[in-house]
Design a protein around this ligand. Structure first.
Ligand code: SF4
Length: 331
């Protein structure tokens, strides 16, 4: 893997709730708070967390489908926040998205061939022969028969529709694909086929992936590194193997503990996390995880823990497990 393809710095998204008479009294949903990470060429970075942790908002911010409240998204040295509409259109060739529900993300009136070539035809005119060649090639790349070129989405299975969504994303030859819960609507056996397809495409075409999922089993299968999000913030970012072998942040530990254990020899680490994710409208003070954390100390209720680098290359935001001073607190 070479240097960063994508660099995300202090990305923040707040949604104001209503207009309010006095500006400072308007409540906001803190969907994403001060998120930073990078993705190298050909790397798969997974983003995990419970529903409502902000992971899908990060995907939308990266595609600039929503405007950030603050922070930067830099791809190959260009901050996309500064791009005008025309430049943004051209830049979108570099990053493509695959969605959770392939059925609702595909135009039901277009054939598979038209769906695949449509993004390219937004940029350039293709002859009939070129369209046919492109669609045939991409259908093969995603493991579908070229004979399906004239099928409508309604004539395909769920797995085939997701393959078609991937073929469409590949048509612009992107450097990065963002897959937002791309396999969660599929049966387990079809999930495995699509995950293998992603891994194969990454190996053959050198594409980087940001893989967003709530399913740790999927993440362990596909990730190079994993960012764990809680209430809009990254709380741990680590190489995949290290994270699953030894989670450091208490929330990561709880998530891994709560996930089904396919390997019966792997010991459970601690009691699963209890309670609901708090509201992002009025998040807890200090470390937002403190109401659910069995390790919480007084400082956790007051100060937001910074992400602290650990000797094995991970970063962790926890006053107890990764104190900024370098010495873990003893309880
Ligand atoms: Fe728990 Fe405190 Fe660490 Fe937050 S900072 S995870 S509350 S120990």
């Amino acid at each position: 893997m070479s240097g960063p393809l994508l660099k995300v710095e202090n990305l923040t998204k707040h949604y104001p709730l209503g207009a309010g008479i006095f500006k400072k009294s308007i409540p906001v949903i803190r969907a994403v708070e001060d998120v930073s990470f990078s993705v190298a060429e050909g790397e798969t970075l997974c983003i995990v967390g419970e529903s409502g942790c902000g992971k899908s908002t990060v995907a939308r911010l990266l595609m600039r489908l929503v405007e950030p409240t603050g922070g930067r998204v830099v791809i190959d040295g260009t901050d996309i926040a500064g791009l005008n509409k025309g430049a943004l259109h051209a830049w979108r060739r570099r990053m493509q998205m695959v969605f959770q529900d392939p059925y609702s993300s595909l135009n039901p009136r277009l054939t598979a061939g038209q769906i695949i070539t449509e993004p390219v035809e937004n940029f350039e005119c293709l002859s009939r022969k070129q369209r046919q060649a492109l669609a045939t090639d991409l259908l093969r790349k995603v493991g579908m028969s070229p004979e399906m070129i004239n099928r409508l989405p309604s004539e395909l299975s769920g797995g085939q529709r997701q393959r078609l969504g991937i073929a469409r994303a590949l048509s612009l030859n992107p450097s990065l694909i963002i897959a937002d819960e791309a396999v969660s609507a599929l049966d387990v056996s079809v999930q495995a086929q699509i995950l293998n397809l992603f891994a194969d495409l990454q190996q053959r075409m050198g594409i980087a992936f940001i893989f967003i999922s709530h399913d740790l089993g999927v993440v362990e299968h596909i990730g190079n590194r994993v960012a764990v999000m809680y209430l809009g913030r990254i709380v741990e970012l680590a190489p995949c193997e290290a994270l699953f072998a030894k989670p450091v942040h208490p929330y990561t530990e709880a998530l891994i503990t709560a996930a089904p254990v396919p390997d019966p020899t792997r010991a459970r680490l601690a009691a699963p996390v209890e309670g609901e994710v708090p509201s992002p409208i009025n998040p807890p003070s200090g470390c937002a995880f403190h109401p659910r954390c069995s390790l919480a100390v007084e400082r956790c209720r007051i100060d937001v823990p910074p992400l602290v680098p650990m000797p094995d290359g991970r970063v962790v935001a926890c006053h107890v497990r990764a104190p900024a001073t370098g010495t873990p607190l003893v309880r």
